[in-house]
Design a protein around this ligand. Structure first.
Ligand code: S3P
Length: 164
């Protein structure tokens, strides 16, 4: 098998893409963002949700996760990708970083975003509910956890690069 990938998991707005991209650059490793893989191949996530439903998106996302893990390096997963049983199984062979963020901080980060699960006025209530549901899964899968709520993002990037 290839070397284990470093996989970033966590809720929407935790900074998985921003951090992942920077860690990959710093360590000179390939970078995969599963949302980007899906969007590049199939178009905008909102449209996939509207036209084909969330289950279809999850199937496409699962393929993107497999692609990223096979490629190795740094892989950022969409917030809900860890709900897939095969993904949970596969992550055991990789090094998993959980990024967390406080709700009061996430509000600004996801405002006006194109995330279908956060459309509408009650986005933060919904975010909190989803986060509570998923937290046990995130915590079970994670080898290490960093909070991105305060301080420069670069400090989390450096910490992950040191840990890796
Ligand atoms: C989702 C998170 C999004 C994206 C989709 C669904 C989720 O990715 O995959 O909108 O279920 O948490 P980010 O975590 O990168 O925002």
């Amino acid at each position: 098998m290839n070397a284990p990938a470093i996989v970033l998991i966590g809720p929407m707005g935790a900074g998985k893409s921003s951090v992942g991209k920077r860690v990959a650059k710093l360590l000179e490793l390939p970078y995969t963002d599963t949302d980007t893989v899906v969007v590049t191949a199939h178009g905008p996530i909102e449209r996939i949700f509207t036209e084909h439903g969330e289950a279809h998106f999850r199937a496409l996302e699962r393929e993107a996760v497999s692609t990223g893990l096979a490629r190795g390096g740094i892989v950022s997963l969409g917030g809900g990708a860890v709900l897939d049983a095969d993904t949970q199984h596969d992550l055991a062979a990789h090094r998993v970083v959980l990024l967390t963020v406080e709700p009061r901080i996430v509000a600004a980060r996801v405002r006006g975003s194109k995330r279908p699960l956060l459309s509408g006025d009650d986005a933060i209530a919904r975010w909190t509910e989803i986060y509570r549901e998923r937290l046990p899964v995130y915590e079970r899968l994670a080898d290490v956890t960093y909070d991105t709520s305060t301080g420069p993002i670069q400090s989390v990037v450096d910490a992950i690069a040191d840990w890796a």
